[in-house]
Design a protein around this ligand. Structure first.
Ligand code: WTA
Length: 641
C-alpha cells in the first residue's frame, strides 16, 4: 500500500503539476484530506505577498503530533518510528516504535506542563542527536509550545541572542553530546548563555555523557526525574494518554533561526497545518517512500533539513526514520556505509560537503560494503559539483539508484525544486523541476520576468505553497523586507538560477551576502560583526571562495591596529573571538591582514574585487577606477594567501 497522493510516473507528475497551478486550492485540499483534522478548514488559502500574509487551511483545527503519531498507532504501533544509531558503534542501538514514541512524547508533554509551559510559550532546545531530542520537539508540539531548536555548534552568545529574541522561558538540553571522539559540554554552554538572563524559568537536563554539570536550585531539573514522575500521570492501567492541544491551522509550530544578509539571524516561523501537509507530501513524492522503507537523513535536527525530513515529514507519513548521533568520519570514513548495511537503509539523504569529504578518504572505506539495500539517494544544502555527483552515483548508488538533488530553504519549509526518484529524470548538478504547487520564476535586476529557456536570473516564487515562511519572529516587517520587497509580488529566494531547454533549474548559488559553508548558511555581515568585536581589529570584510570540501570557504580581510609578534597567534586570537560570538562553524578559513580595504569614494567596500582576489583571479579585477585608493588593491594582491 502506498500513499493516495503519491505520484508514480512522469505523466502523473505533469497532470498533478498542471492541476496544482490551475487550481491550487482544489489540489491542496485533496492532499490535505488524507490527514487527521479535529475540525475541517473554512477556506483553503488566503494570501497576499504585500503584507505578506499567507494562510492555509484557514479555520482548521489539528495537532501535528496526532498526525505524526496517534493516527498510526493502530496499524503501525509496533513498527519502528525512529531507529537511533549511537556515536559509538559499540553502544546499544535504540529502536523506538510508534507506541514507544507515543508514550515518550506524552510523558514529555506532561513534563513540560508540570514545569509550567503553556501553549504559545517558546522552548529553546539545545541537545545532541539523541531520541530525547525528538521527544522534546514533539512534546512541545503536543502542548502547542513553540520550539526553537539551536544547533550544537552555536556559542553561548548566539544562544543568549536567540533566547532574547524569542523571549524564551524554557530550555531543554543535555549534560553533553558525543560527536566523534569529542564530548561537547552542552549544559555548560547553556550556563554561560544564562549569565545575567532573567527570563528563563526552567532548564530540563537530559543525561547523555554524564559529565559533571552545575544544577541551579529551582531552575535546573533532571530529565530522568521529571519523566519518571510524569509516567505515573500519563499512564493508567497500561494505557497511555496525554490529550493533544487543539491548534489552529495557522498557529506557529516552531521558530528556526537562520542567517541572512544582515548581521542578525532571523527567527523563521512556520505554522502547523501547511508545514505538516507540505513536508509529508514532499517527503513521500521526492524520495518515493514506500511503507516499510528505512529513511536515513544525515542532517542534524538543529537545521531545517532535520526538522522536515528526519522528524515531521517522515513521521506524518508513518515512516521509519533514522537518527544518527555521530559524524561520517568516526571511527572511520566508512561509518555511513556501515550504518546502511547494518540497518538495510533504503534512502540516504545527505549533503554534497559530506560526499566530497568522504570522497577524499578514498574508495577503501566503501569497499567491503554491500550497500544493496539502497534505492534512492538524495542531496541537499548546496550545489553539487559533477565530480561528487558521479562519485555518489557510481560508488554508492552503483548506478542503480536515482539521485534527487533537492533545492529548498529554511524559509520554504520543504523541498521546492527537485526531481522525484525514478519518476522524473535527474540531470547532474540540476535540481530540475518544481514540485506541484511551486511556481519558480527568474527575474532580472528590475524584477522583470525572464521568459524562455537557457536563461539565468534571480530565483523567485510566484504563488504561496503550504509551507511558505509566515513571519520572522517578533518582527513581521523584517520578513517583508527580506523576502517580499526586493521584487514586489514574488517571494525572493536570494539564490540565482539557470533554466535549461527542458525547464530544468540549476541553482548557481546565493546572489546576496550570504555564504554557504558546508551546507550551512552564514551571513558575511554576521561574521564581520564577530571579527570586529576583537580588540585591535579596525575593520574587516568577509567573502566566500571556492573550497574543495566545504563548497565555500570564509576569507577574511582584516585591518588590524598592529600585529605584535607572531601573526599566526593573532589569527588564533581572532578565531577565538569568532568562536565565542557565533560558534566554531563561523571560523574564517583564511585571514589576511591588509593595510586598507578597497573602497569607493562614498566609502562602500567593493566586495566584487575582494571576491576575485579570494578566488585567486588576480588579473581580472574589473573596473577599479571608482576606487578611492587603487594602490590598496595592489598591496592586497601581494599579500594574498
Ligand atoms: C542552498 C537548506 C543548490 C541555497 C535546505 C539555499 C542549494 C540555501 C540546494 C538554503 C541545492 C539548498 N542545490 N543549492 N539542492 N539546497 N541550497 O536555509 O543557496 O540551510 O538558498 O536550507 O542553501 O539553506 P538552508
Amino acid at each position: 500500500m502506498s500513499y493516495p497522493y503519491q505520484i508514480k510516473n512522469a505523466e502523473q507528475y505533469q497532470a498533478a503539476y498542471k492541476k496544482s497551478v490551475e487550481d491550487p486550492e482544489g489540489f491542496w485540499s485533496e492532499v490535505a484530506s488524507h490527514f487527521y483534522w479535529r475540525k475541517h478548514w473554512d477556506k483553503v488559502l488566503d494570501w497576499n505577498f504585500t503584507d505578506p500574509r499567507v494562510e492555509w487551511f484557514k479555520g482548521a483545527k489539528l495537532n501535528i503530533t496526532e498526525n505524526c503519531i496517534d493516527r498510526h498507532l493502530e496499524k503501525l504501533g509496533d513498527k519502528p518510528a525512529i531507529i537511533w544509531e549511537p556515536n559509538n558503534p559499540e553502544e546499544r542501538t535504540r529502536v523506538v516504535t510508534y507506541n514507544r514514541l507515543h508514550k515518550r512524547v506524552c510523558q514529555f508533554a506532561q513534563v513540560l506542563k508540570n514545569n509550567g509551559v503553556k501553549k504559545g510559550d517558546r522552548v529553546c532546545i539545545y541537545m545532541g542527536m539523541v531520541p530525547e531530542l525528538a521527544y522534546a520537539v514533539l512534546g512541545c508540539a503536543r502542548i502547542g509550545a513553540i520550539h526553537s531548536v539551536i544547533f550544537g555548534g552555536f556559542s553561548a552568545q548566539s544562544i543568549a541572542d536567540r533566547l532574547y529574541d524569542a523571549n524564551a522561558e524554557y530550555i531543554v538540553t543535555c549534560d553533553g553530546a558525543f560527536r566523534g571522539n569529542k564530548d561537547i559540554p552542552l549544559k555548560s554552554v547553556i550556563d554561560d548563555a544564562l549569565i545575567g538572563n532573567r527570563t528563563v524559568k526552567k532548564v530540563i537536563v537530559y543525561t547523555r555523557t554524564r559529565t559533571p554539570v552545575s544544577m541551579i536550585k529551582g531552575r535546573d531539573v533532571w530529565w530522568e526525574d521529571e519523566m519518571e514522575h510524569a509516567e505515573h500521570q500519563v499512564e493508567q492501567e497500561g494505557k497511555v494518554s496525554f490529550p493533544a492541544e487543539e491548534m489552529d491551522a495557522e498557529d506557529p509550530l516552531f521558530i528556526l533561526y537562520t542567517s541572512g544578509s544582515t548581521g542578525k539571524p532571523k527567527g523563521v516561523v512556520h505554522s502547523c497545518a501547511g508545514y505538516m501537509v507540505y513536508t509529508a507530501y514532499s517527503f513521500v513524492n521526492v524520495f518515493q517512500y514506500e511503507p516499510g522503507d528505512i529513511h536515513f537523513c544525515t542532517a542534524d535536527i538543529g537545521w531545517i533539513t532535520g526538522h522536515s525530513y528526519i522528524l515531521y515529514g517522515p513521521l506524518s507519513a508513518g515512516a521509519t526514520t533514522m537518527m544518527f548521533e555521530g559524524i561520517p568520519t568516526w571511527p572511520d570514513a566508512g561509518r555511513f556505509w556501515d550504518i546502511i548495511d547494518k540497518y538495510k537503509v533504503n534512502i540516504l539523504y545527505t549533503a554534497p560537503t559530506a560526499i566530497r569529504s568522504l570522497m577524499g578518504f578514498g574508495l577503501g572505506h566503501v569497499h567491503g560494503h554491500k550497500l544493496d539495500s539502497l534505492k534512492v539517494l538524495g542531496t541537499v544544502g548546496e550545489p553539487i559539483n559533477q565530480e561528487a555527483w558521479h562519485w555518489y552515483d557510481d560508488n554508492i548508488g552503483k548506478n542503480k539508484c536515482p539521485i534527487v538533488d533537492t533545492w529548498w530553504q529554511t524559509e520554504t519549509g520543504g523541498i521546492l525544486i527537485s526531481n522525484m526518484a525514478g519518476v522524473t529524470p535527474a540531470r547532474p548538478t540540476f535540481a530540475t523541476l518544481p514540485l506541484p504547487g511551486v511556481e519558480p520564476v527568474l527575474v532580472d535586476e528590475n524584477g522583470k520576468e525572464i521568459e524562455g529557456n537557457n536563461v539565468s536570473g534571480n530565483l523567485c516564487i510566484r504563488h504561496p505553497w503550504p509551507s511558505t515562511i509566515r513571519t520572522t519572529y517578533g518582527d513581521h516587517e523584517r520578513c517583508r523586507l527580506n523576502y517580499f520587497s526586493t521584487y514586489p509580488g514574488y517571494y525572493f529566494t536570494g539564490d540565482g538560477a539557470y533554466r535549461d531547454e527542458n525547464g530544468n533549474y540549476r541553482i548557481t548559488g546565493r546572489v546576496d551576502d550570504v555564504l554557504n559553508v558546508s551546507g550551512h548558511r552564514l551571513g558575511t555581515a554576521e561574521v564581520e560583526n564577530a571579527i570586529n568585536m576583537h580588540a585591535g581589529v579596525v575593520e574587516s570584510a568577509v567573502v566566500g571562495y571556492p573550497h574543495e570540501i566545504k563548497g565555500q570557504g570564509v576569507y577574511a580581510f582584516i585591518i588590524y591596529e598592529h600585529v605584535h609578534g607572531d601573526e599566526n597567534l593573532t589569527r588564533q586570537d581572532i578565531l577565538q573571538t569568532v568562536t565565542r560570538v557565533i560558534g566554531p562553524i563561523a571560523k574564517p578559513d583564511k585571514i589576511q591582514f591588509v593595510p586598507g580595504l578597497p573602497k569607493t569614494r562614498s566609502g562602500k567596500i567593493m566586495r566584487r574585487i575582494l571576491r576575485k582576489i579570494a578566488e585567486g583571479d588576480l588579473e581580472n579585477l574589473g573596473d577599479t577606477s571608482t576606487l578611492l585608493d587603487p594602490s590598496v588593491v595592489e598591496e592586497i594582491k601581494r599579500g594574498k594567501l
